[in-house]
Write a protein that binds this ligand. Structure first.
Ligand code: ADP
Ligand code: MG
Length: 221
């Protein structure tokens, strides 16, 4: 019975996800259809319509991209990976986006080398999602720090100087489609949490003394 219970829990959360996906995609689709009908009827406000339609399509594109990542059938590829190298690659990738907002990415390590048995592209995805959120939270200046350390256990932290996550929102974080952003998908942290769970690790969100938040990934060692 325990197994069955787990199974039905899985089914209902898959059902919930499917329902919310359908809902999220339906809004932009409805709007697309509406604009097409207006155009068909000869209401020619061409440029404005096209601009909104493009945004709606991009929303659907963003949702499907993140969902594909969750549904990706390819198995995890766990290998011993060099975390410093991996963090370096991610920073390289995110640097231009950060610089556009006058934000600096700073790395801090307490060792020369960290090896972790993990899926390289998934851990990169996690760091990308966290850094992207940090940039979006911070606005137009500041420093995002990426710390890796090994006090009692291996820890990766992404620290920002944004407004922080309000207490009452903390438990909703990672819920599919939970977003406070105009153009957010609310899927980034869901994917992030899933990946972290796949790695037997935990995600904690802490407020920083200096303001901002600290997203901490704690690995079992
Ligand atoms: P999205 O970025 O599309 O909104 P996410 O799942 O990545 O979706 O994030 C969900 C929500 O969590 C965000 O809309 C925001 O309210 C909050 N959040 C995430 N990261 C941060 C952060 N670094 N600082 C403050 N709030 C954050
Ligand atoms: Mg995000």
């Amino acid at each position: 019975t325990k197994n069955l219970l787990i199974q039905s829990e899985k089914l209902s959360s898959a059902g919930q996800l499917a329902a919310s996906v359908a809902h999220e995609i339906r809004n932009p689709l409805t709007s697309l259809k509406g604009f097409l009908q207006l155009m068909e009827a000869g209401m020619d406000n061409g440029d404005t319509y096209l601009k909104i339609m493009k945004e709606e399509i991009e929303k659907i594109e963003a949702i499907s991209k993140e969902l594909l990542f969750i549904a990706k059938p390819s198995p995890n590829e766990f290998k011993e990976e060099n975390l410093m190298e991996l963090a370096g690659e991610v920073c390289l990738l995110m640097n231009s986006q950060a610089r556009m907002h006058d934000i600096r990415l700073s790395k801090k390590f307490d060792r020369e080398e960290y090896m972790l048995n993990c899926d390289r592209s998934q851990i990169k995805q996690v760091l990308i999602n966290l850094i992207k959120n940090a940039i979006e939270a911070m606005g137009e200046s500041g420093t995002i720090e990426i710390h890796i350390h090994t006090k009692d256990q291996l820890l990766i932290e992404v620290l920002d100087e944004g407004p922080g996550v309000p207490e009452e929102m903390k438990e909703r974080i990672g819920e599919p489609f939970f977003t406070t952003k105009q153009n957010g998908t609310g899927l980034g942290l869901m994917v992030t949490k899933q990946i972290i769970k796949n790695h037997g690790a935990n995600l904690e969100i802490e407020d920083r003394d200096v303001g901002g938040s600290n997203f901490r990934i704690l690995f079992e060692t």
